[in-house]
Design a binder for this molecule. Structure first.
Ligand code: SF4
Length: 130
């Protein structure tokens, strides 16, 4: 008869890339939800990047926040960053939705935030009189 305690002591070699039961989609040890920034709604205030800097980075070209990794900060800290967002554009989404969300983001033509408007760049200082 096999000792059931073996289930807790036998090591199983992990093959890279092979399913191991720890995948979030299988309900494993990793987080099942992913964090996602709706960049079209982001106003670039940077609050989230200050609260959870290992997760959120303000993308330099567009000036909008992006979640650069899913395991950078604890859930509580990410939730705190979400709660500080003034436009409520950070969401928990199922991991399996990320590819479709990324495709939809790539299709959008977002305008850069925080750059001077064309009218402002044409303004000049008043000439000194005299
Ligand atoms: S807190 Fe919200 S609005 Fe501000 S940078 Fe982060 S995602 Fe954008």
């Amino acid at each position: 008869m096999v000792d059931p305690a073996l289930a807790f002591s036998t090591s199983v070699p992990l093959v890279e890339g092979a399913p191991n039961g720890l995948e979030p989609i299988l309900g494993g040890a990793l987080r099942q939800k992913a964090v996602w920034v709706d960049e079209a709604a982001c106003i670039g205030c940077r609050y989230c990047a200050h609260v959870a800097p290992n997760t959120f980075v303000v993308e330099p070209d567009l000036g909008r926040s992006r979640a650069i990794r899913q395991d950078g900060d604890r859930d509580e800290r990410i939730q705190e960053a979400m709660d500080t967002c003034p436009v409520d554009c950070i969401h928990w989404v199922p991991f399996e939705d990320l590819p479709a969300l990324e495709r939809r983001l790539a299709e959008q033509e977002l305008q850069p935030l925080g750059l001077p408007s064309p009218a402002r760049t044409r303004r000049t200082l008043p000439r000194a009189s005299g």
